[in-house]
Design a protein around this ligand. Structure first.
Ligand SMILES: [Zn+2]
Length: 112
């Protein structure tokens, strides 16, 4: 599904703000907030990485690497897009993002 940038930013605000809202990786199901990224990894930009990169993409804060299936190293901007949510900017550019953990935006159509 597609959502306009402003509507998406409002959703984040409603859900407690970018530092706290949890996003779910579409590849492995790991959920993370920007606070998680900043505490547990060496991400330089947790508030922008949190909705496009799974935590396993970064080194842990102690410098070691994640070695498990989850968190994985999936990123929305990679070759393969698994995302169901696309944020549309005013110029029409769309960015695939991770969905919210709680009350996801994308709901599969019920089977009839
Ligand atoms: Zn993942």
């Amino acid at each position: 599904m597609e959502i306009k940038l402003n509507d998406w930013l409002n959703e984040i605000k409603k859900r407690g703000g970018i530092r706290h809202v949890k996003f779910k990786c579409p590849a492995c199901g790991h959920t993370q907030s920007a606070t998680d990224l900043s505490k547990q990894t060496k991400s330089n930009d947790p508030m922008n990485d949190v909705y496009v990169s799974c935590m396993g993409r970064f080194k842990k804060s102690d410098g070691t690497i994640f070695n498990d299936k989850s968190p994985c190293d999936y990123a929305s901007f990679g070759f393969l897009t698994l995302n169901n949510v696309f944020v549309i900017k005013e110029d029409g550019e769309n960015t695939p993002v991770f969905d919210f953990e709680e009350n996801p935006l994308f709901v599969k159509a019920p089977k009839s």
